[in-house]
Design a protein around this ligand. Structure first.
Ligand code: BGC
Length: 750
């Protein structure tokens, strides 16, 4: 759908571009032998203030990924390019379309400044990888980097220069549809994943297989109240420094070229106009030299926030805060010249912003060859190649999390006679895809039905829908499903919610498994056959009832192009699951937000026993159904012999080691996790904080000693002004296979 409307728009725009071309002289800034800074300085001298404003203007050129602001129409946009009033387009894709537009910019505008083409390549361009939240459950940073590099390679081959990823927002709220775009609830892990994604997307930005990344949504967008998209955020300065900011910083430190403002307010000031966030922290404290782009329309939306009176005021406030490029508000292009003429903005401020846009155009080599990313043969050879699909398959397998496996219901025996495959989502490819699938086609994906057929044989799969596309059901659908199970050895059922409800503008108040599917599970369980529930969802759902009525639960998330093959490999035991959750799975909706790294409170409830007058619910447990870091394997890992010294110096290190044994019957991989707790501090610290992990492979029966080294950095935290604190006192260290089941030891920091 996205793709189709994009194509219609783009054909129209490209048809308009076969106009006459004017020859351009070769000025100094076009001389590849001269250093970039000099070329930028030369170009700035030649530019009018209107052309400078134009470089800060990013227009939508294709499908809308936000509300239409002040759409100039395709013809109007072409004229704006000729007038030097567009620095970048988003949502124009493909070599043919981008090249046509580039030609107008380079050949028909006065200075011939090339356009930057940007697109949301969130988890793949044509070969679709698992959603970022799922991919993070692999705890496999090298694979995560590869996933991003394949996405970049395909996007670059399709004429793109820039993607709006990675999203580095920490979130504790599965009601927010965008948790699918992040790496979950942990700050430390979120930073590592963000850095891997930036490296994968960007490489050294010196070839035609990498693109600019964009760290978003700066800052704290994951804290939207009640998980509602575009809602308010109200976080303390200590939470900002300790919980929300570090992943953005990790991405910036990894070399991210661009950063996107968030929609929300931080401390009562819209992020786009927030001087503290952009100028003080990002640019001054972190030394960010790249480009800051608004989110869709977020400069204009400073007005409804109640922080600017009109578009001119909003432009002034955004640019004064240090923000630079205007995505789709189209107000910078209009008001910047006036603001400079009136002396409200200095030319120095404008030149700083414009030179950052120009820098990346030079860095990518677009002044030297504007069509560097415009090779149709490369595009054809790169998109959806067998090699790219092979990486997507690896990524999909390692994203799957086995949540329950009573009596070793899984893996399935390949010798079985019949599998009853129940559930509309098992066949419907549209429901396996989410909002952010770039130019991927659901029809190219392998469904669970196709995957199981290929693995177990055509005749062995008996399919029945069980529920409708909207997840509702009726007696007939349920009795058909039960009938399909009559001759089966096992029932595999796909439950959950459609992928179409994952992503932006897809907040949900109800994150339960739909009632109809629970009825279906109950009926299936009554057959007495083992019930394997595969969960299709872009967020953790409440699985409390679902796990009661099934023998095994496999969290499949939204896995992308290779879904069915990966799922079949896991069900058949050809891949032993290794994934571990990166967001807690709530026991009930009323628990949200529920997360492992909370504070202790004044009256912590005991895990068992009398909780009277303690911080607890009367009707449900405090603990989530499945904690952070949790995931089963077909084998079993035992932890023993945690060893750590009793003391550590502030400038020293602490060695921690543990023995992990594979005591089951399968070879497997385990994510060994290390957490700490600072018992008493000048600002209260969480009950547990992840500070290290290792993903290790162990043959059946094999043991390994796993070692970690803690440093002062791991034990430090930020105060409300962003100063680093390392305080002497008592600490705990925990090691285990998830955030709950751990061995623990104590030590003192001297
Ligand atoms: C989203 C961004 C996205 C942008 C461009 C906005 O609505 O919040 O994450 O990159 O649109 O599509």
């Amino acid at each position: 759908m996205r793709k189709l409307s994009a194509l219609i728009c783009l054909l129209t725009i490209s048809q308009l571009l076969f106009a006459q071309t004017k020859p351009v002289a070769t000025p100094v800034y076009k001389d590849a032998k001269i250093a970039i800074n000099q070329r930028i300085a030369d170009l700035l001298k030649r530019m009018t203030i209107e052309e400078k404003a134009g470089q800060l203007n990013q227009l939508n050129g294709g499908v809308f990924t936000g509300p239409a602001m002040n759409d100039a129409g395709q013809k109007g946009k072409v004229q704006m390019i000729r007038d030097g009033k567009v620095g970048s387009f988003l949502n124009v894709t493909g070599v043919k379309e981008t090249k046509n537009i580039q030609r107008v910019a380079v050949e028909e505008s006065r200075l011939g400044i090339p356009i930057l083409f940007a697109f949301d390549v969130i988890h793949g361009y044509k070969t679709i990888f698992p959603i970022p939240l799922a991919e993070a459950c692999s705890w496999d940073l090298p694979q995560i980097e590869i996933n991003s590099s394949v996405s970049a390679k395909e996007a670059a081959a399709a004429g793109l220069h820039w993607t709006f990823a990675p999203m580095c927002d920490i979130s504790n709220d599965p009601r927010w549809g965008r948790v699918m775009e992040g790496a979950g609830e942990d700050t430390y892990y979120g930073g590592l994943v963000a850095a891997a994604r930036v490296k994968g997307l960007q490489g050294n930005l010196d070839d035609v297989t990498h693109i600019l990344s964009c760290v978003k949504h700066y800052a704290a967008y994951g804290a939207v109240e009640a998980g509602r998209e575009y809602n308010n955020v109200d976080v303390s300065r200590t939470a900002l420094w300790n919980k929300y900011l570090p992943p953005y910083k990790a991405a910036v430190d990894a070399g991210a070229a661009t950063v996107m403002n968030a929609f929300n307010v931080v401390d009562g000031i819209p992020a786009s106009a927030n001087h503290f966030l952009v100028e003080d922290v990002l640019k001054k404290k972190w030394g960010f030299k790249g480009l800051v782009v608004s989110d869709w329309g977020s400069f204009g939306e400073i007005i409804p926030h109640g922080y600017a009176s009109d578009n001119k005021d909003a432009t002034l406030k955004a640019l004064q805060a240090g923000s630079m490029m205007d995505m789709e508000s189209q107000i910078v292009v209009k008001y910047l010249p006036e603001l400079v003429k009136e002396g409200k903005l200095t030319m120095k401020q404008v030149d700083d912003a414009v030179s950052r846009v120009l820098y990346f155009k030079f860095k990518l080599g677009l002044f030297d060859d504007p069509y560097k990313f415009s090779d149709e043969a490369r595009e054809k050879a790169t998109l959806f190649s067998a090699a790219n699909r092979a990486e997507a398959l690896k990524a999909a397998r390692s994203s799957i999390v086995l949540l329950k496996n009573a009596n070793n219901a899984l893996p399935l025996k390949k010798s079985l006679n019949k599998i009853a495959l129940i559930g509309h989502y098992a066949k419907s490819k549209e429901d396996m895809f989410d909002f952010w699938t770039a130019n991927g086609s659901a029809s190219d994906a392998v469904s669970v039905y196709e995957g199981l057929q290929a693995k177990f044989g055509n005749g062995k799969i008996e399919y029945s829908a069980g529920y409708n596309a909207d997840a509702s059901t009726n007696d007939k659908l349920i009795s058909d499903a039960v009938a399909a199970a009559a001759n089966a050895d096992v029932i595999v059922t796909v439950i959950g919610i459609s992928g179409k409800i994952a992503g932006e503008e897809r907040s949900l108040a109800n994150v339960n498994i739909p009632d109809g599917q629970i009825q279906l599970l109950k009926a299936l369980q009554k057959t007495g056959k083992p019930v394997i529930a595969l969960v299709n969802s872009g967020r953790p759902l409440v699985l409390t009832q679902a796990q009661e009525f099934s023998n095994a639960i496999v969290q499949c998330w939204i896995l992308g192009t290779e879904t069915g093959t990966a799922v079949a490999d896991v069900l058949a035991g050809d891949y032993n699951p290794t994934g571990k959750t990166v967001m807690s799975f709530p026991y009930a909706i009323g628990q949200i937000p529920v997360y492992y790294n909370h504070f202790n409170t004044n009256r912590p409830a005991p895990e068992k026993g009398d909780g009277a007058w303690k911080s607890r619910y009367r009707d449900i447990p405090n603990a989530p159904l499945y904690p952070f870091g949790y995931g089963l394997s077909y084998t079993k890992f035992d932890y023993s012999g945690l060893s750590a010294a009793k003391q550590m110096e502030k400038n020293g290190t602490l060695n921690v080691s543990v023995v992990v044994k594979n005591s089951g019957n399968y070879d497997g991989e385990e994510v060994v996790q290390l957490y700490i707790r600072d018992i008493t501090a000048s600002i209260v610290r969480p009950v547990k904080e992840l500070k290290g992990f290792r993903k290790i492979a162990l043959k059946a029966g094999e043991s390994k000693t796993v070692s970690f080294v803690l440093t002062g950095k791991d034990l430090s935290f930020f105060d409300g002004d962003g100063n680093v604190k390392l305080e002497a006192g008592a600490f705990k260290v925990f090691v285990g296979g998830d955030s709950k089941n751990v061995l623990e030891a104590s030590f003192d920091l001297k």
